[in-house]
Design a protein around this ligand. Sequence first.
Ligand code: XIL
Length: 377
Amino acid sequence: MLLKHRVFYPLMVVLLVFSLTACDFFKPIEPEVVEPLPPEAIPSLHKAYEGYFNIGVAVNAGTMNTHNDLIEKHFSSITAENEMKPDHILRYISGNELVLDFTRGDRIVNYALQNGKKVRGHVLVWHSQTPDWFFKDENDQLLSQEKIQERMAEYITKVVTHYKGKIDAWDVVNEAITDSNDPDHIYRHKDYDKKNGSLWNEIFAGSEIDYIAAAFRAAHEADPEAKLYYNDYNAVAPEKREKIMKMIRQLKDEDVPIHGIGIQAHWLFNWPSAGDIEDAIVEYSKMGLDVQITELDIRIDGDMEKKITLSRKDKERQADRYKEVFEIFIKHSDKISSVTFWGITDDNSWISQEPLIFDRNKNPKPAFWAILDALGK
Ligand code: XIL
């Protein structure tokens, strides 16, 4: 009996200590609890950048209400994330006339103007988020060049006239250029752009510049005060940049009213290089174009579909990268009139990799502070 106790009790103690430490060992690491700063301790981003460029943000019907505190404090320009795209505005065709619905777009534009923000109009001509029927006749056949150009002009004239005087900058044409590295391919086409072709470019194959020129002319005629942009992703990658510049040179040679380039900037921690970003800003500007960064977010992984939660270390790397790109923007602020983030907090980004500067609790991330740091004040 005594022996039993002698062995049993110490064994129990050893087991207990082991299980407690093991428990601790296997316990998930508690997320760091950070006391949120009071709002007055957080400076306004757009005010900090006054004199450099506008700081913009993409908002939608939801975030415009749920995140109005952050929108109003930190941003001086607003883009509708989806609500002013053709698939939101175009309803149907009655006889030969387009029937449009501006309700959702109006809500965002009015909200922006009531709060003293500029508005970027996004977007008039795009292969994506445009209903298929828009390109087709009643027999489901693709329209002729002449017919689609007429329809496009009607759409642009109606939309730009509706918003006349309210829009600072319009993305007139979005993503018309190919991702193919073949120097002979300029425009996006289904044969070699594996992911997405463009019905615009299919209909105008060989003379794509015609509908693009017509789009800019129609927008300018409807609102001569609005600044007009060509907007695209990968716009700083040298091969694609060359193609975009070739198209814009042609437009300029034909006296088409184009005022600027929108660099979307869905970037990675390690791509594109700082050198490519800087070269592109300088080269576009040399063509007499205003530069706007239109859709900035910075993610860790190239695969957009991947869902990723950033570690503390990742967030520091993200902050360094935001600082790096803002230092370039600041250096060239004479060439850049606005920098727009594509979303506000990480949980409402179109990319599930926490690519923005506010976290899901609306607190500023290290990236937010890094962007302020970049000013060196
Ligand atoms: C995205 C929106 O953020 C998503 O909500 C929508 O489902 C798809 O479009 N290039 C553009 C933007 O010009 O309009 C896109 O926005 C992102 C890529």
